[in-house]
Design a protein around this ligand. Structure first.
Ligand code: BGC
Length: 776
């Protein structure tokens, strides 16, 4: 006992005899020099708590209850702990605290996919500026957002958090998102870097992707975000990429991210504790989250046994210190715990209305107020504001469609409303009785219920219009399924058909509202109804925003950030995606290593479609879709005129004049697609290279939009030469309303071929045969 005391005292004396500089933004070198190995290792590992849910850590950081993680303080050197919290549809912290009467709710903003549907970077920046105020005022340093993986397949369970199937749109949205948050002196974490395009077995799945597809699609969006917004942090993903965990992949984390793109911030792991901490630190993964003592031990042991160079540790620690001095925790910011939730609710409503996509409108919208409305679908009451998992915000309330339509002046069919309310109460009672609990990964979504046909007849007679809300929940930890999720269930099909038949027989209209987190099948039923509005999961005020659009208070101007295919299997990635996988019970397989024999699309996924993701495939192969990429209607119409392209020193500027030719004010998104000459590498029929949105134009009013494209942006990646290459020739430049609706064109002539060398990196260690797609 005495001996232990003496040893401890000696240790303390040694420590106190060390230099004790207090961290400031000007003495990082000095502080680094004063740190012990133990302290350095401690700074590279989060200060976890660890409730284990399905093998994934989650829980509470000490400073802000409900925050996902933190970094550890080293008080001796004046290094504070910092707080990291999810993201992305708003700040996620616990809304209540033990012994405290105040609440700590955050605003549930529109999900990432809806923000991207706005195609409006200024709007996204405004939304995230409001979100960032909540981060700052609730004492959090970094928002773990935005999520920005590419929508490779419609069924990825986290697509709702992500932006688009197109890397340019995704990258521009992410950059705007980051700028808005970081204006508040707090940080972001762009995630999940990279190729985390499915949730099935996400911790172990090996994404096998060609270097070209990586560089042009799965990394391009991150490249844009890094270069255009300087996020404080990047989160490496759980999965493997071409045989290595991304958090241990030096070519990804250092050579590309830092050496090629010039990234200056820190990289943190996604929330796990993988063996191989030494390799992660060596690769340039600075911070292990949520952090565990054995990771500290591994770093120390690595330095001691020579497997980890102290220079690599010092490099990571320096980056951590550079991060820490920027944080509000370091600056001792006195946060109020009182963000302006009321003002932010208004921002959330306006943004949701501006961004939602009108898919169909056969002479019914906007609706006149004061009508009698039959409101169908359990989701009208059980409205889906956001997704589940870490992206689920603890909001104070969610407006449902019944409240929103009533507030907008409609009289709702009471019998129908009572029927749904009784069902929801019954379901809740049944859940309570059976002891079922919703956990972090799954909030139960009520299944749709049938409405007797004779009741629909009566409702069609008694009401002026029908609105059917179809809902879907999606979230972290599982992918969606093709049957009964991508496709409508039989009950939903019957509902759409029977309501349409009955209302149309009375000369009345039917509107469908798609309250979904990801793409669903529309082709088989869309012609049965008169209008389809797609608000995605629009946040706590989303139902009010739906009412704003249905009544014409807001003229819709959102456009699809992905393709709606006719059939799920039409997607080129569907043949290599776990669309029907059900995890075997009780073996934790979804989050652990698989059986001996690797299972296709579970243990590994081959990205055989290569660069032909989304519209790049559909438009090149000439495959018919239900709604094309970039599609969205308005209550007015626009004409495009005076298309022009002018060469600049390093590319071109493209201008076009947009005129509102209809009867109401509205905004238009112009999409700029480029068709490359048939030279060099095979290329898609066209690729989005820029976009712009008009201000609200009054009837008859015009605006000239200018878009800039660099030669680098029109280059493709040539693996054989490890270079981006833009062949000389004539490039067709299309000004389009969606990828299938080109309104005006011009040409850009590149006189001399250009190329940009990169490092030679992604040697695939597995054979990958990509599909060949030829331009139709
Ligand atoms: C998710 C991340 C999230 C983290 C912290 C992980 O399971 O993949 O997106 O930021 O948890 O909650």
């Amino acid at each position: 006992m005495k001996r232990i005391f003496l040893m401890a005292a000696a240790g303390l004396m040694t420590l106190s005899a060390l230099a004790q500089p207090q961290l400031s933004k000007d003495n990082i070198d000095e502080v680094l020099a004063a740190m012990t190995l133990q302290e350095k290792a401690t700074l590279l590992v989060g200060g976890a708590r660890a409730a284990i849910v399905n093998g994934v850590t989650s829980g509470t950081a000490h400073q802000v209850p409900g925050a996902a993680g933190n970094t550890r303080p080293i008080e001796r050197l004046g290094i504070p702990g910092t707080v990291l919290a999810d993201g992305p549809a708003g700040l996620r912290i616990s809304p209540t605290r033990e012994g405290v009467s105040q609440t700590f709710y955050c605003t549930g903003f529109p999900v990432g996919t809806l923000l991207a549907s706005s195609w409006d970077t200024a709007l996204v920046e405004e939304v995230t500026n409001a979100m960032g105020e909540e981060v700052h005022e609730y004492g959090v340093d970094v928002l773990l957002a935005p999520g920005m993986n590419i929508h490779r397949n419609p069924l990825c369970g986290r697509n709702f958090e992500y932006f688009s199937e197109d890397p340019l749109l995704s990258g521009k949205m992410a950059a705007a998102y980051v700028r808005g948050i970081q204006k508040n002196d707090v940080g972001t974490s762009i995630k999940h870097y990279a190729a985390n395009n499915q949730e099935t077995n996400r911790n172990e799945n090996d994404a096998r992707v060609s270097e070209r597809a990586l560089r042009e699609i799965y990394l391009k969006n991150f490249e844009i975000a890094v270069k255009e917004s300087a996020p404080w942090t990047v989160m490496s993903s759980y999965n493997q990429l071409n045989g290595e965990y991304t958090q241990q992949k030096k070519d990804l984390l250092t050579t590309i991210l830092r050496d090629e793109w010039g990234y200056k911030g820190i990289v943190m792991t996604d929330w796990g504790n993988k063996a191989g901490t030494v390799k992660s630190a060596w690769s340039g993964n600075d911070l292990m989250e949520p952090g565990n003592q054995n990771e500290i031990d591994r770093i120390i042991a690595g330095v001691q046994d020579g497997s980890l160079d102290i220079k690599d540790v010092d490099r990571n620690v320096r980056r951590m210190l550079e991060y820490i001095v920027k944080t509000p925790s370091f600056k001792k910011y006195k946060f109020s715990n009182k963000p302006d939730l009321k003002a932010h609710a208004a921002v959330a409503r306006r943004a949701a209305g501006e961004a939602m996509v009108l898919l169909r409108n056969e002479g019914v919208l906007p609706l006149k107020g004061g009508q009698k409305m039959a409101l169908y679908g359990v989701s009208a009451l059980d409205f889906v504001a956001g997704g589940t998992g870490s992206g689920d915000v603890n909001k104070a309330y969610v407006v449902n469609m019944e409240d929103a339509m009533t507030a907008a002046g409609f009289t709702l069919d009471k019998n129908l409303s009572d029927y749904y309310k009784s069902f929801i109460a019954y379901d809740k009672a049944q859940q309570a009785l059976s002891g079922a609990v919703s956990n972090w990964f799954s909030r139960r979504k009520l299944a749709e219920i049938a409405i007797p046909e004779n009741a629909i007849q009566t409702e069609a007679r008694d009401n002026d219009v029908a609105v059917i809300v179809l809902g879907r929940n999606a979230g972290e930890g599982a992918d969606r399924k093709m049957i009964d999720d991508f496709e409508l269930t039989n009950v939903e099909r019957d509902l759409v058909r029977n309501v349409s038949t009955a209302f149309h027989a009375q000369g009345k209209k039917v509107i469908v509202v798609l309250n979904v987190g990801g793409v669903i099948e529309t082709n088989s039923w869309k012609n049965l109804v008169d209008a389809i509005l797609l608000p995605w999961s629009p946040g706590q005020e989303g139902a009010n925003a739906v009412a704003d659009v249905l009544t014409g208070k807001v003229n819709p101007s959102g456009k699809l950030p992905m393709t709606f295919p006719v059939n799920f299997m039409d997607h080129p990635s569907s043949a290599n995606f776990p669309f029907n996988y059900t995890r075997p019970q009780n073996n934790g397989y979804s989050f652990g290593r698989g059986p001996q024999q690797p299972v296709k699309d579970v243990d590994y996924t081959e990205y055989k479609e290569g660069i032909y993701v989304g519209y790049r495939y559909f438009s090149t192969a000439g495959v018919q879709v239900s709604y094309p990429f970039g599609y969205g209607l308005s209550y007015t119409s626009f004409s495009y005129s005076k298309p022009s392209v002018k060469a600049t020193a390093d590319g071109f500027t493209a201008t076009v004049t947009v005129t509102n030719t209809g009867a109401v004010a509205g905004k238009e998104v112009v999409e700029l697609y480029v068709t490359a000459p048939e030279a060099g590498l095979a290329k898609p029929a066209c690729e989005l290279k820029a976009f712009a949105k008009t201000r609200e134009l009054k009837p008859g009013e015009s605006q000239t939009l200018t878009m800039t494209v660099r030669n680098y942006d029109i280059a493709s990646f040539n693996e054989a030469n490890s270079a981006w290459e833009a062949p000389a020739g004539v490039y067709a430049v299309h000004f389009a309303s969606n990828v299938e609706d080109v309104r005006a064109s011009a040409v850009y002539t590149l006189r001399k071929a250009q190329s940009w060398k990169t490092n030679n990196l992604f040697e695939l260690n597995v054979p990958l045969e990509e599909i060949t797609v030829t331009r139709k």
